[in-house]
Design a protein around this ligand. Sequence first.
Ligand SMILES: *Cc1c(COP(=O)(O)O)cnc(C)c1O
Length: 488
Amino acid sequence: MDGDRFRSLGHDLVDRIADFLDGLPERPVTPGEGPAAVRAQLGATRPLPENGAEPEAILDEAARWLFEHSLHNGHPRFLGYITSSAAPIGMLADLLAASVNANGGAWVLSPMASEIEAQTVRWIAELLRYPTDAGGLLVSGGNMANMVGFWAARAAAAGDAIRSQGAAHAGGDLSVLASAETHTWVHKAADLGGLGTDAVRWVETDAELRMRPDALAAALDAEARAGRRPMMVVASGGSVSTGAVDPLREIAAICRERGVWFHVDGAYGGFAAVLDDAPEDLHHLALADSVAVDPHKWLYTPLEAGCALVRDAARMRAAFAYHPPYYHFGQEALNYVDIGPQNSRGFRALKVWMGLRQAGRAGYEQMISDDCRLARRLFHEADAHPELEAHTLGLSIATFRYVPEALRAGVGEPEVEAVLNDLNRALQSRLEQAGEVFLSNAVVDGRYLLRGCIVNFRTDVDDVCAIPHIVARVGRAAYAESVSSGAG
Ligand SMILES: *Cc1c(COP(=O)(O)O)cnc(C)c1O
């Protein structure tokens, strides 16, 4: 492909993407198709092409298929899971990054890219009020960022022995203490780190789903009595279900007193530390030995971009560095291969860096604050709606459920609760099918709740105010069907 052809194809594609972005609000959030329909469109079972094809046709088809058969998390009424609307500058950054194709494993292979990554990490630390001389790198997302913290903690607890001899010989007595609300990455980390998931001790939470410091202290004492070595305490800087922020300051003091590594999972909520009116504990991230954040959530970076920060940078090298004879990378510069699990690495930092430059600290403060304000509004609108019951509000997550008038008097009775759980589950599926709005769910105290999580700079107050009415309308239909089919 020569330069002229590339230019013409590229211009055409960029035009189509711009139209797609402008037209997002008019599209359904999802086409509501099942796997069979999507596979049929793709021609999923076609064999590998023997011969090549013209790039015009390939680009045209791929763009059409993706625009028409995708879930659009950039849609203003997408409030599901914790998946953000992607910033357009990040899309252009990915194109540029792929063009230069820097290999961010080693400085010599990516001089400017490596330095941009280092600056990005420093800026992220600044945004979080974390020490700017911390070690850190970009990874694929929150799972990997948390795992980097996990591996650094594991090496800090068991040294080189666990790296050379494995957890069975050098780490059999290690355990991890985590809030019961911790995201499931901790299962994968305990499993892949050789400890096994049974080595995770789940620490009780309070009525607001925050880790209880007294329960943590008791659990650490119990570990000591049992002759086990807690290698880390995992706290939430914004839990995935309800946005709960653990009492980080108290937890940090308990960890410091006992010499245990303190890790904060801020994949969702960490960036809310930029707000002056953030939950107070988010302003104490600097007390953590390691923090995971997710630029592809609240920095609106296109997938994928996670970031791991480790206060003592040397701890990352101690967990990851090896020096095989076929590497000639030099020691004076930072080689990312030495401080993370990857070898060859793409240039994820560029899209994060461009976002930080375009919005600045003030821009992110505004956007994150808007998201939290919209979630509060959603909570209050749900609370005010006669057919909805508002449940939790934390950061930019609001939960609520549909309660038909006929069942109102029975709320709290086990049989009625079971009916409400089924009904809200069915309601969620209907909403997903219809494509007007996309919510996900949370289960709190055994109650199946609808959950709106706003990490979306395209959502505005009209979107949020429309949601309770849509939910009630679809809820009535779901309830009518369940009654007529005898399930109600
Ligand atoms: C999203 C999230 C994760 C996982 O992050 P990915 O980017 O999906 O890998 C972990 N912890 C919390 C609190 C999260 O919100």
